[in-house]
Design a protein around this ligand. Structure first.
Ligand SMILES: CC(C)(COP(=O)(O)OP(=O)(O)OC[C@H]1O[C@@H](n2cnc3c(N)ncnc32)[C@H](O)[C@@H]1OP(=O)(O)O)[C@@H](O)C(=O)NCCC(=O)NCCS
Length: 180
């Protein structure tokens, strides 16, 4: 039985329908900053950094809105020396919108764009203890029958002076779009 506060709550299908995906815009900077702060354990960056994500990297980033509220964001970019790769920097879904496939939908939105036509791989880094992130990316790869590989990219001691956990690189692909 639903509790009183669950009555009238949105179903998963409602939530999917209500959420609009779009490219971020410069005015989104402070809202992105707030969302990231609410999505532990993500590292917080400056509002200025979020503004750059929303402007210079808008073609490879995505914002998700529900009732005018920012509930999801992925920042990404194509590394200058790896033009066939979409590097996914951070994925954030507000607690109220989790568990309905939004993170995977945002990832799919990014690789379906014209700007991603040459992308063959998704790269991301994940700390070993972030089970939600591993689960989400592996599920995304599994659903598309895409191979994955993993190695340590940034070592806690060598790259973070022991102040941050290791960051493991997870590579998904190649997508082999020609075979699709
Ligand atoms: C990780 C995060 C983005 C997932 O968002 P989401 O919209 O709920 O994810 P989706 O619904 O698209 O995908 C969920 C998949 O991940 C898996 N998953 C989600 N949370 C999980 C958890 N805590 N442990 C293990 N797997 C988990 C689900 O099993 C699901 O796979 P399935 O569809 O095969 O069952 C969200 O929990 C979040 O913002 N967390 C805080 C910030 C963070 O850690 N971001 C990732 C680092 S970049």
């Amino acid at each position: 039985m639903p509790s009183d506060d669950q009555k009238g709550a949105s179903t998963p299908a409602d939530i999917k329908k209500e959420i609009i995906l779009r490219k971020p815009e410069s005015q989104d900077g402070p809202r992105v900053h707030k969302l990231i702060a609410e999505c532990k354990p993500l590292d917080e960056n400056s509002v200025y950094c979020n503004l750059l994500q929303c402007t210079h990297f808008a073609d490879t980033s995505v914002a998700a809105e529900m009732d005018g509220e920012l509930v999801g964001f992925i920042s990404g970019y194509i590394p200058p020396k790896q033009q066939n790769t979409l590097f996914v920097w951070q994925v954030a879904v507000h607690a109220k919108a989790r568990g309905h496939g939004l993170a995977k939908r945002m990832l799919a939105n990014l690789i379906e764009r014209d700007e991603s036509r040459d992308v063959q791989f998704i790269d991301t880094t994940i700390t070993p203890d972030n089970e939600a992130s591993w689960g989400m990316f592996r599920s995304f790869a599994y659903e598309r029958r895409m191979p994955t590989e993993e190695f340590i990219l940034f070592d806690s001691r060598i790259h973070f002076a022991g102040q941050h956990n290791d960051e493991h690189l997870l590579r998904i692909g190649p997508f082999n779009r020609d075979d699709a």
